[in-house]
Ligand binder design. Sequence first.
Ligand code: ARG
Length: 466
Amino acid sequence: MSHDPLANKQQAWSALFSEPMSELVQRYTASVGFDQRLWRADIEGSLAHAEMLAAQGVIGVADLAEIRRGMATITNEIESGQFQWKLELEDVHLNIEARLTALVGDAGKRLHTGRSRNDQVATDVRLWLRGEIDRIAVLLTAMQRALVELAAKHTETVMPGYTHMQVAQPVSFAHHLLAYVEMFSRDAERLADVRRRTNRLPLGAAALAGTSYPLDRERVAKTLGFDGICQNSLDAVSDRDFALEFSAAASICMVHVSRLAEEIVLWMSQNFGFIDLADRYCTGSSIMPQKRNPDVAELARGKSGRVVGHLMALLTLMKGQPLTYNKDNQEDKEPLFDTVDTLADTLRIMAEMVGGIEVKKDAMERAALKGYATATDLADYLVKKGLPFRSAHEVVAHAVKTAITRGLDLAQLPLAELQQFDARIGDDVFAVLTLRGSMDARQGVGGTAPVQVRAQIERHRARLGA
Ligand code: ARG
């Protein structure tokens, strides 16, 4: 045994330990069950570290060659599922290092020179998360594209715009969809910003105080594609801001998803009947044969809860932690991993589902006609004829009240009747009272007029490279 110091953890630490760890403590403290997911980042980080150690003359060139050879074997073993992960070796780092030493001997034992698992794990998580951020950025682009392309077909499709869930003013379905594009584009911006602060190298901080070996941290940063290095060793090993920030950005994004999902659920309900979803995104009921439920949208809405929950877990994990590394930090991984998985899967499935939305234009238009959605347009019409806005508001309130009593829309009231509310009303009023007239009138930047919305679609297409 003594020729293999990493045969078990106590031996990896020191001869100081005189009794073995209980099975419960082993299981309780081990992270290899979940952190093995970091293996690729761990090997990449180790190779960059070893290469720098060799360049600095801390280890020999022959050691570096052996480390590379061993890591290549380990990579193959893990990829092919043959690698034996051992709980008694606690985590991904010790598992890989122990295997390396078994494969290449002393060179493997030299790898950890000038390094600690504290700066190692911080580096691994950042490397891994950086890759995931890039993957999610692609999914966010796809999500936006799906919305933009659906919108492109519906710049003239009228639906009721709501405030307080009451019909407010007519908007195009395209305009409504583009509101979500704005949200997801901000999410993409936020992620890019998180990436900048994630992409800094902790390695070289060692356990907490730095190291006496002549490390070239800039070189390691460059090899690993980091934009810079963490400037304080204590902060380097204890900082998990990048995880918190990512988790916050993911939560905001999932909140956006949940709003879209909620609207999809509403729109598909019989009471709205605005859209239909492809069967493959719905499920039936075991008791009610007529049911087609929008399960995917409901789950996406529900899964926002767990992502927000993970943010709370991570914030609570870091709150009050004294400097520097504490084992608490091992608890950062599962919430972070699940956040990445949930967000990525949700974006992928929502983008697909949005692409297949079938729009029922007639139902949308009927709904828009129901709620006196052009009342504001009548007020604006009177303002243009010289009435102060507050007075116009009052006049229209009376008109709407009458229309409600008569069970008619504003545009269905005869001209003579409309003129009783204000003599300034002429027969040019009917163009204003149509849904289309109302939309067309809102041509300013950000408005719902088809000409404006088409310009927005082109802006998004150019931005998204579509
Ligand atoms: N498994 C540990 C983690 O995930 C690695 C770092 C452990 N360092 C230590 N000194 N115990 O945080």
